[in-house]
Ligand binder design. Sequence first.
Ligand code: PLP
Length: 561
Amino acid sequence: MGEALINGSGAASNDVSALETLGPVTKLTDANPSEIPPASGPSRENAVTISDILERRAKAGRLIAPTASYSDSDMFKGPQVGKPKSKSMNHHLSAESLSRHPCALKQAARHLKNPGIISLGGGLPCAEYFPIESITLKVPTPPHFSEAATSQSGAEVRIGKYDSTDPSIQGTYDLAVALNYAQAGGSAQLLRFVTEHTELVHNPPYSDWRSCLTIGSTGALEQTLRMLCDGPGRRDSILTEEYSFSTALETAGPLDLKVVGVKMDGQGLLPEAMDELLSNWNPEEREGRRKPHVLYTVPSGQNPTSTTQGLERRKQVYEVARKHDLFVIEDEPYYYLQMPLEESKKTELEEETVESFMSSLIPSLLSLDVDGRVLRMDSFSKVVVPGSRVGWVTASENIIEQYLRHAEVCNQGANGISQVILYKLLDEQWGHEGYFKWLMNLRQEYTKRRDTMVTAAEKFLPKEVVSWTVPVAGMFYWLKIDHSQHPGIQAGKGILEVEEEIFNSCIARGVLVARGSWFRAEQDTEPNELFFRATFAAATAENMTEAIRRFGEAIRESFKL
Ligand code: PLP
């Protein structure tokens, strides 16, 4: 077996053929998430398999990627035969982004590939002074993922300081590399894993796609918004679901981005409503703001509503994006937490294979993106550990390059300790197959948790005023409260006032739920609905049940039921 030195160019050849268009877009299905058709997207037919990846790796030999070495996804992708190149999206870039130049010191690292070169270039400390000789992890061995099984039969993994240069170990990634500075796009070792994973799951339909690591999707969104939208002066605005991730809204506000909410139904964003909004956009009626050119959407298990766009819905959203030349930010931390509703499917989960798991996932917008107008954000937060602060983005090469220009000067990319731990766990211990098995296990666990919460809700919530839809993805129940029946509202109180009263009463009873108004895209308008968000991710089954009981009590008291 040979060795692959990462600083070589290594780019895969990308054949270009006629632009592939999407299949026919059918009429909107109605709002019920249980009607989401099974996934049978375009991306699985010529899908890259885990065996292809293993073969590719065997041919390439051991990955050698020393301190701060340059790498990009092209070094790890398969040949992109028959795919077109992405269209230029440069006209979406902000003046701020266009004014960024490559970081001179990071660029200089490309010369480290020259054999025998002695670097006096960058201010990289010597590993000799890193006061950590090794780290040992104990991790589950697939498919024995429980804490008890890990404790009994988990694997001990040691990460030494010089594993890669020690001929007796011939490691791929060690502490001397991981604890030092690195390229902003991430270490070659973990970038290889996420690039392959992205190819396995999404296989973007254009050739020049790339991934790069991020510091998690929160930071990635802030960077992406600044990359795409001009702040004060240009009066930009962005589209999102009418209820959206509150941190995303809090990111957009100080950038002077006006957030415009698009109506939703049980499958999330309504493409027709988005089309109408954009077709009738009049800057004069919108504080002089130009027509939005960016959509921020969470297609699976949307936060806070847990709505999930079915495949047809995704195609329709994408078509509207094309029609109005929108750039789409697809934020998907809950993508793998897609859960079946029917009992029969739940039992099938236990016999699921990796292949059937992958086919069961609703295809992403990235996998439908023939133009290169989607930047997809993935995160390890909800499916491995949030404290890692590691995720990745995937988009066209141009967009990723631009993203990196910002990363180089604001955070220098993902944390090295996290990267080496994730690499050891996901790549060396589990491999792609093991990681998919972990994700399969996780979705089984979340399915149980979701069902525990619905049992509690059925038992303790007054159905005459509280309603909900059982989510098919994500971590949340979005509880709709019929405010019209509230005595306070009937006596002239506002929705926000009643919401606050219920929230405070919940706190007094010892339960924290999130107020629906925190998630309203258009914070400067009056709400006309009342919601609370409750997560089934955080508490034990027992505590979750007790919390819902307390919430039910607060509602009953507030409504005088
Ligand atoms: N995006 C959405 C929609 C989320 O719900 C969350 C977490 O709640 C995040 C991003 C945060 O992701 P990260 O931990 O990668 O920053």
